[in-house]
Design a protein around this ligand. Structure first.
Ligand code: G6P
Ligand code: MG
Length: 225
C-alpha cells in the first residue's frame, strides 16, 4: 500500500517567500558599517541560521576582530533586524514565490497537515502579510527553540506539537543547514535550490515552481521501499 506522509513542514525564508534576499541585504548593511566584507557566496552559510548565530559568523569574518560584549551583540543584531523590518514593510501576497500557493492548496485539500518550521522570529508577521496564516495547523515559535538548524529541533518541535511521528513528515528547505536538520530529524527532505549546496536532500528541485504536491508524495513513497 502506498505510504503517505502525515505532515508537511515548510521553511519560510527562501521557500515561501524571497525574504532570504532581505536578510542578506540587512546583514550586508550591518557588516559594511562594521567594516566587514560579506558576499552572496558567504551568505549561503547564513541561510537557515538564527539571528545571533548569523551575527557570530559575520563577526568571525572580520580582519581586525573586536571583542563585543553580549549586550553589544544584541544591539548589533537588533540593528540588523531594524533594517530587515524596513525591507519587509511592503511585503504582500504578490511576494509569495511561484508554485507555493498551489502547493499549499493541494496540501490542504489532501488533509495532510501543514506546519511552518522557520528560525525567524518574524515568521508569524510575514505569514500574516502574505495572507497565508490560515493554511497552517502549527507555526513553530523560533523564540522557544534552544538549538537552531542544523539541529533537528525546529522540525521535531512541529511534529511533536501535532503528535505526528518524525518518519511521517516531509520538510521543505532552501538552506543546507535546513536540509541537514530535516535529515537529522528522520524526516523526508525536499531541497529547493542547487545541487552544490543541497546534494544531501532526499529529493531536490531547482526552484519553487518545480515543487509539485503529487510528485513529492511519490518521492516520499519511493523512499519507504
Ligand atoms: C531564517 C533565515 C535566516 C535568518 C533567521 C532568523 O532561518 O533563513 O537568514 O537569520 O531566519 O530570522 P530573524 O527574522 O529571527 O532574524
Ligand atoms: Mg530558508
Amino acid at each position: 500500500m502506498r505510504q503517505s506522509p502525515k505532515l508537511f513542514i515548510y521553511d519560510l525564508d527562501g521557500v515561501i517567500t524571497d525574504t532570504a534576499e532581505f536578510h542578506y541585504l540587512g546583514w550586508k548593511k550591518l557588516a559594511d558599517e562594521l567594516g566587514i566584507t560579506i558576499d552572496r557566496h558567504f551568505n549561503e552559510q547564513l541561510k537557515g541560521i538564527n539571528r545571533m548565530d548569523s551575527l557570530d559568523r559575520i563577526l568571525e569574518q572580520s580582519t581586525s576582530p573586536t571583542e563585543f560584549s553580549e549586550e553589544e551583540k544584541i544591539g548589533l543584531a537588533t540593528r540588523k533586524n531594524g533594517y530587515y523590518l524596513e525591507l519587509i514593510e511592503s511585503i504582500d501576497p504578490s511576494h509569495i514565490l511561484p508554485g507555493i500557493k498551489d502547493l499549499l492548496e493541494a496540501n490542504k485539500q489532501s488533509g495532510i497537515k501543514i506546519a511552518l518550521g522557520s528560525a525567524s522570529k518574524n515568521a508569524s508577521r510575514i505569514l500574516d502579510k502574505l495572507e497565508l496564516t490560515g493554511y497552517f495547523d502549527y507555526v513553530v515559535n523560533a523564540a522557544e527553540i534552544t538549538n537552531g538548524k542544523p539541529d533537528p529541533e525546529t522540525f521535531t518541535a512541529a511534529a511533536d506539537a501535532l503528535g505526528i511521528a518524525h518518519a511521517d513528515c516531509v520538510g521543505i528547505e532552501d538552506a543546507a543547514a535546513g536540509v541537514e536538520a530535516v535529515n537529522r530529524a528522520g524526516m523526508f527532505s525536499v531541497g529547493v535550490g542547487d545541487e552544490a549546496h543541497l546534494a544531501h536532500a532526499d529529493y531536490l528541485v531547482e526552484n519553487t515552481q518545480q515543487l509539485e504536491f503529487q510528485q513529492i508524495l511519490q518521492e516520499f513513497d519511493k523512499k519507504q521501499k
